[in-house]
Ligand binder design. Structure first.
Ligand SMILES: N[C@@H](CCC(=O)N[C@@H](CS)C(=O)NCC(=O)O)C(=O)O
Length: 204
């Protein structure tokens, strides 16, 4: 554990994404559990770190002033910058471009509709929410075509696998895995990675 880097989070996909990125990059940090049911995310002290009252939040006290990051996908980028080579290739080039291309596909075309479905459901717009949720599943199935090698963006684990895995986890009970064996094999292989397991258990 490293008190200089704190990761505030809960058992949610966005928090897992950030924790898995730190674990896979080999960055030592201290997890700080935020109890969403007790509305700790709305405490004044927490909102001083994350004005939106959401998790995750990363605080890096080794920077002056302390570096505060509020977006899970920005925490992935932070981890990649801090320990280059673990979440994307070190050198610019076609392989790196492919990692970012696939990573952003999951961020914008899969994770964003999933968030939209959540907000539509909260607003009582169940039919619209169902359309968005269906879109999430469709896009994940589309992504099975990326698996020409072992991982989502080639033959090495990358940030594309993190963004894909966390969103696939959130729909694991609704996806027809048997009809998509390559996607299923990939999912189980990612889930079995020790760093992924540590990330999933960070906020127990
Ligand atoms: N875009 C943000 C979304 C963060 C987010 O929506 N967090 C949710 C949990 S998954 C949250 O904190 N919800 C608590 C609340 O809204 O009160 C990210 O990717 O980090």
């Amino acid at each position: 554990m490293n008190d200089l880097i704190e990761l505030y989070g809960a058992n949610t996909g966005n928090s897992f994404r950030a924790a898995i990125a730190l674990e896979e990059a080999g960055i030592s940090y201290t997890p700080r559990k935020v109890d969403l049911w007790a509305h700790e995310q709305r405490d004044i002290s927490y909102k001083a770190l994350n004005p939106a009252g959401k998790v995750p939040t990363l605080v890096d006290h080794s920077e002056t002033p302390a570096l505060i990051i509020n977006q899970s996908n920005a925490i992935i980028q932070y981890a990649d910058a801090k320990v280059p080579g673990q979440l994307a290739p070190i050198w610019p080039g076609p392989e790196t471009v492919r990692v970012f291309d696939r990573y952003f596909f999951f961020v914008t075309d899969v994770i964003a509709p999933s968030h939209a479905a959540f907000f539509l459901r909260q607003a009582g717009l169940d039919d619209a929410a169902a359309v968005m949720s269906e879109r999430v599943i469709e896009q994940l199935i589309f992504a099975e075509g990326f698996l020409t090698e072992e991982f989502m963006a080639g033959d090495r684990f990358s940030m594309a696998d993190i963004s894909a895995f966390t969103i696939a986890s959130s729909v694991r009970d609704r996806l027809d895995w048997r009809s998509h064996p390559r996607l299923a094999d990939w999912f189980h292989a990612i889930e079995a990675r020790p760093a992924v397991q540590r990330g999933l258990n960070a906020f127990q």
